[in-house]
Design a protein around this ligand. Structure first.
Ligand SMILES: Nc1ncnc2c1ncn2[C@@H]1O[C@H](COP(=O)(O)OP(=O)(O)OP(=O)(O)O)[C@@H](O)[C@H]1O
Ligand SMILES: [Mg+2]
Length: 259
C-alpha cells in the first residue's frame, strides 16, 4: 500500500473553475517526488487542497494516506494522520510565539494519538527536542520568542516551516517552494535537514522552480506539472533539463505572431 495515493484528482475553486484537471500520484515512504512547473499551473492549489484548504473543492477523485481517504477530514485531522504542508507563503500569527505555537502543535498531535486524552510533552523533553532541531537547522534562537512569522524575513519564515516539520514528524511532507527565499547556506542546511528526515518513516513531495534544492534532497522522481496536469515524469536528470530548456516543450504552442 502506498503512503500517499492520489487518484484522478480534480480540484476546483469555489466558483467552479477547475485548476487541477485529473492527476494520479503514488508516493512511498522513503521516496522524494519533485513537482516542477510554470507559475500559475496549480502546484500550490494541489498542495493546499491536499491539506484541506477551504478555498478549494475536490470535484472528483480521491486522496489516500496509508490507504484511508482524507477527503472527509478537516486540516487538523489530516495533520493528525501525518500530512504536513510547508507553505509557499507562511501565515503570520501575531500574539503567538514560535515556541508556544510549536508546543501547541506537538501537544495537539500527541492528544490525537492518545485517543483524545491530553498527553502534553514534558517541558524538559520539549526543550531538548527544540534545541536539537534549532541547532540542526541553524534557526536563530532569537526567533523562537517572537510572534510566529510576524515581521520575519522570507528566509526566516521558510526555516521555521522546516523547524515545524522536524518537530512534528509527519508521514508525508509537502514542501511548497521552501527553497525560495533561502540564502545559499540556509538552502544547504534546510534541505539537508529535510533529507535526513526522509526514510522509512517519511516520504516527501518537493514543489520547486529550481534544480538546486534537488542537489540536497535527491528526488526519486521528477514530475512536470503544467496546465493542471502532470505532463512528463523522469528522474533527477529531468530537473536539470528543465532548468536549461524551460517548459516550452510541455506548453501548448503560442499562437503564431505572438512574441
Ligand atoms: N483562492 C483562489 N482564488 C482565485 N484564484 C486562485 C485561487 N487559488 C489559485 N487560484 C488561481 O489558480 C491558478 C493556479 O495557482 P497556484 O497558486 O496553484 O499556481 P502555482 O503553480 O503554485 O504557481 P507559482 O509557481 O507561481 O507558485 C492561478 O491562476 C491562480 O491565480
Ligand atoms: Mg505556488
Amino acid at each position: 500500500m502506498a503512503l500517499l495515493e492520489i487518484k484522478d484528482l480534480h480540484i476546483a475553486l469555489n466558483d467552479g473553475s477547475e485548476i487541477v484537471k485529473g492527476i494520479d500520484l503514488k508516493v512511498e515512504s522513503g521516496e522524494v517526488h519533485a513537482i516542477m512547473g510554470p507559475n500559475g499551473s496549480g502546484k500550490s492549489t494541489l498542495a493546499q487542497a491536499l491539506m484541506g484548504h477551504p478555498a478549494y473543492r475536490i470535484s472528483s477523485g480521491d486522496v489516500l494516506l496509508d490507504g484511508a481517504s482524507l477527503l472527509a477530514l478537516g486540516p487538523d485531522e489530516r495533520a493528525q494522520k501525518g500530512l504536513f504542508l510547508a507553505f509557499q507563503y507562511p501565515y503570520a500569527i501575531p500574539g503567538v510565539t514560535v515556541t508556544s505555537f510549536l508546543r501547541s502543535a506537538m501537544n495537539a498531535l500527541r492528544k490525537a494519538r492518545a485517543g483524545g486524552e491530553d498527553d502534553p510533552i514534558p517541558i524538559p523533553e520539549f526543550r531538548k527536542q527544540l534545541a536539537a532541531a534549532t541547532e540542526r537547522l541553524k534557526v536563530p534562537r532569537e526567533l523562537l520568542g517572537r510572534y510566529l512569522n510576524d515581521g520575519f524575513s522570507g528566509g526566516e519564515k521558510k526555516r521555521v516551516e522546516i523547524l515545524q516539520l522536524a518537530l512534528l514528524h509527519p508521514r508525508l511532507a509537502v514542501l511548497d517552494e521552501t527553497d525560495s527565499g533561502l540564502d545559499i547556506d540556509a538552502l544547504k542546511t534546510i534541505a539537508g535537514g529535510v533529507s535526513d528526515l526522509v526514510g522509512p518513516e517519511m516520504g516527501a513531495v518537493v514543489i520547486t522552480h529550481y534544480q538546486r534544492i534537488l542537489n540536497y534532497i535527491r528526488p526519486d522522481y521528477v514530475h512536470v506539472f503544467a496546465g493542471g496536469r502532470f505532463v512528463a515524469e523522469g528522474g533527477p536528470e529531468l530537473a536539470e533539463q528543465l532548468e536549461s530548456e524551460g517548459y516550452d516543450a510541455y506548453l501548448p504552442e503560442a499562437p503564431s505572431g505572438a512574441s
